[in-house]
Design a protein around this ligand. Structure first.
Ligand SMILES: *[C@@H]1O[C@H](CO)[C@@H](O)[C@H](O)[C@H]1NC(C)=O
Ligand SMILES: *[C@@H]1O[C@H](CO)[C@@H](O)[C@H](O)[C@H]1NC(C)=O
Ligand SMILES: *[C@@H]1O[C@H](CO)[C@@H](O)[C@H](O)[C@H]1NC(C)=O
Length: 409
């Protein structure tokens, strides 16, 4: 790296550090109701169904109600084929699967191959933001982490899809946190294993102790802020999608010279491409990508990820020894059981992933009883968001996924 580039990286890091500090005041703003200006109804970027229709497909939207009352938003490209459920990762939404178009995005390729495509939205993001009897102003609304996503939301989504389509099982695809949910479900709700005929995890977030990515550094940092925010104010949404911020960021990323800074920030924060090679990023679409980032989650989700990243364990939320004893009967939180994942699992991961390190995934593969694909992407620079946004994702990843899925349909 040359000197100017290094300076830019340092500036970015300082900026990111500052924003960590600002997270706390952000939660405070929301206490006065200002945070709600950002939310839901004001969203003007084309939503998931608009993006589906733009490519000439039919779209449907559904709501699956989870056992604890949360309503999970599901978008569908309907067909009579085998249902495929896709869940995205942290700080993005279902629309991230659909930004490049018909012959490029995984969701469209699946639809063209005859699958019935369902895309979930993670609890607490822009789309999945309603509850049967709680509002977003209620602190209890935000009292969830990946534990609830795996225990309630994924089973509810699967049941809803099976009831709607009449099929008896789905194929599941999870990117990053979307795959974490599946492993939580297998451990917590073993009766659901038979309802998934194949699970495909892209950059699966199970162990991430080695991860040098900034997201986890922030998550670890955030653990401490959360302790304060929960005792004084109760939890609130973290980093919701904000139209103004999105528009500014997209302007910043539109053209040189700021576009290069934008790419470097995206590399560190989201895990896009490689510092030495951004050729696989479609620069024209960059503004589209960033205007949708981030899309909000709960503080507890960030804290849970921070805890797991610190401890190197795949385990339940750590409430501290006293509360753990009450909730779990043990001083430290119990591990999710990877040996309970008895259905077929295919894992795809990249050597250039700055959020999910290959060695961490390799460790997971050793513990899975029914691994049917152990797929390291054949490009050393392949990074975390490249599974969704890289120009070469189809050749490097999707083609193999489609081939494998055929064996299960
Ligand atoms: C998506 O946007 C369209 C307008 O483009 C609107 O009619 C529709 O209700 C929106 N869907 C959801 C689920 O918000
Ligand atoms: C809200 O729904 C949950 C889960 O269904 C239930 O346990 C709770 O009692 C309800 N609360 C109110 C105020 O109705
Ligand atoms: C999967 O591949 C990785 C990297 O090549 C390797 O370290 C690991 O042992 C493999 N896992 C299994 C179960 O074969």
């Amino acid at each position: 790296m040359d000197l100017p580039c290094l300076v830019i990286v340092c500036l970015c890091l300082v900026q990111v550090q500052k924003s960590v500090g600002q997270l706390q005041s952000l939660t405070r703003l929301q206490e006065f109701g200002l945070g709600n200006l950002d939310f839901g109804a004001r969203l003007q970027v084309p939503n998931t169904s608009a993006l589906i229709e733009k490519e000439g497909f039919n779209s449907e939207t559904h709501k699956a109600e989870a056992e604890d009352g949360f309503q999970v938003h599901l978008s569908r490209i309907p067909s009579k084929g085998v249902p495929v459920l896709m869940n995205h990762g942290l700080f993005i939404a279902s629309d991230a699967w659909l930004l490049r178009g018909r012959d490029k995005d995984l969701a469209f390729l699946l639809a063209e191959s005859g699958y019935d495509v369902w895309m979930g939205d993670l609890r607490g993001n822009t789309y999945s933001s309603t509850h049967k009897n709680l509002t977003q102003r209620d602190p209890k609304f935000w009292d969830f982490s990946v534990q609830e996503m795996g225990t309630y939301d994924l089973p509810a989504s699967i049941d809803y899809i099976l009831a709607t389509t009449g099929h008896d099982s789905v194929i599941y695809i999870g990117h990053s946190l979307g795959s974490t949910m599946y492993f939580v479900m297998c451990s917590e709700r073993p009766e659901y294993r038979s309802k998934v005929r194949l699970m495909m995890g892209l950059a699966p977030a199970i162990y991430f102790k080695r991860s040098p990515g900034l997201l986890f550094k922030i998550a670890r940092q955030y653990s401490r802020l959360y302790q304060e925010s929960i005792s004084f104010r109760g939890p609130r949404q973290v980093l919701p999608r904000n139209q103004l911020r999105g528009a500014t960021a997209s302007l910043f990323c539109r053209s040189a010279p700021t576009q290069n800074i934008c790419l470097v920030i995206l590399y560190f924060l989201a895990g896009l491409a490689s510092l030495t090679d951004f050729s696989q990023v479609d620069k024209n679409l960059l503004p589209e990508f960033v205007r949708r980032l981030p899309t909000g989650t709960s503080p507890k989700t960030l804290q849970h990820l921070g805890q797991m990243s610190k401890s190197g364990r795949f385990c339940k939320f750590d409430y501290g020894p006293k509360e753990n004893m009450r909730k779990y009967g043990t001083k430290s939180p119990p591990d999710y059981k990877l040996d309970s994942v008895t259905g077929p699992v295919a894992l795809y991961y990249g050597k250039g992933d700055i959020l999910i390190d290959v060695q961490d995934v390799a460790e997971v593969t050793e513990k899975l009883p029914n691994l049917v694909r152990n797929f390291t992407v054949a490009n050393d620079k392949f990074n975390h968001m490249d599974f969704l946004w890289a120009k070469n994702a189809k050749q490097l990843v999707y083609d193999d996924m489609l081939k494998l899925m055929k064996l299960y349909t």
